[in-house]
Design a protein around this ligand. Structure first.
Ligand SMILES: N[C@@H](CCC(=O)N[C@@H](CS)C(=O)NCC(=O)O)C(=O)O
Length: 215
């Protein structure tokens, strides 16, 4: 299999963590959705990452579809719980993924658009959405793992909290439950085997100072 995308992306990273968790061999194409947009569009009509090329050449273009596919192929190491834990897992995963969507949009808005062209209302709305999701998660996530055993919720949450710690640390703020959960994730073998990459972020144009301090 080939996983396309950079390891600062919370979506790409969660698929990489899942691949390691299931013991799947894969190569990676470290392409940027901005720097290498044409190449990404050739793989995915939307030009988004991640893309997963399967061994028979088939392509999956959404991290949720990739995790479902991997679960179906590897039932013994499923990341989707059954029974009562399923509802809680889906609730936390949904908010963590929506948080990732909004966080990536806000990063793009603040890094790629000149200050004079930014829309303060749109930025304020994204910030409210991020804060709401972070507060909800901080109150809700009292254990690591979230629902009894490593699950898709831990992958979604662990990857977005690490992303925010790197890219929007002030927005993440002092949220001890989320930081504890993140620290737990980072010591899991599958997370350690698929680390967040500042080097790849920088190569794609990221400047490693907090977004909130930029003009
Ligand atoms: N729902 C998608 C979201 C993927 C996503 O938003 N990826 C970002 C990279 S972190 C991206 O491709 N952004 C560029 C764009 O949407 O144009 C998934 O879960 O795979």
């Amino acid at each position: 299999m080939i996983l396309w995308g950079l390891m600062d992306s919370p979506f790409v990273r969660r698929v990489a963590v899942a691949l390691h968790h299931h013991g799947c061999a894969y190569d990676r194409q470290p392409l940027s959705v901005f720097r290498d947009f044409d190449a990404m569009r050739a793989a995915n009509p939307l030009g988004q990452a991640p893309v997963l090329t399967l061994d028979d050449g088939s392509v999956l273009t959404d991290s949720r579809a990739m995790l479902e596919w991997l679960d179906a192929l590897h039932p013994a190491t499923r990341l989707t719980p059954e029974g009562p834990a399923l509802l809680e897992m889906l609730q936390v995963e949904a908010v963590a993924l929506a948080l990732a969507d909004k966080a990536v949009l806000l990063t793009g808005e603040l890094t790629r658009r000149p200050a004079a062209l930014r829309d303060p209302e749109a930025i304020a709305r994204l910030q409210l959405q991020l804060d709401g999701a972070l507060d909800w998660l901080e109150a809700r996530v009292t254990t690591a793992p979230v629902s009894g055993a490593l699950s898709r919720a831990d992958l979604a949450l662990g990857c977005i909290i690490r992303y925010l710690a790197e890219k929007q640390p002030r927005r993440l703020g002092d949220r001890p439950a989320l930081r504890r959960h993140s620290a737990w994730c980072e010591t899991r073998p599958a997370f350690a085997a698929a680390p967040y990459s500042t080097v790849e972020a920088v190569a794609a144009g990221w400047r490693p100072e907090p977004l909130e301090e930029r003009p």
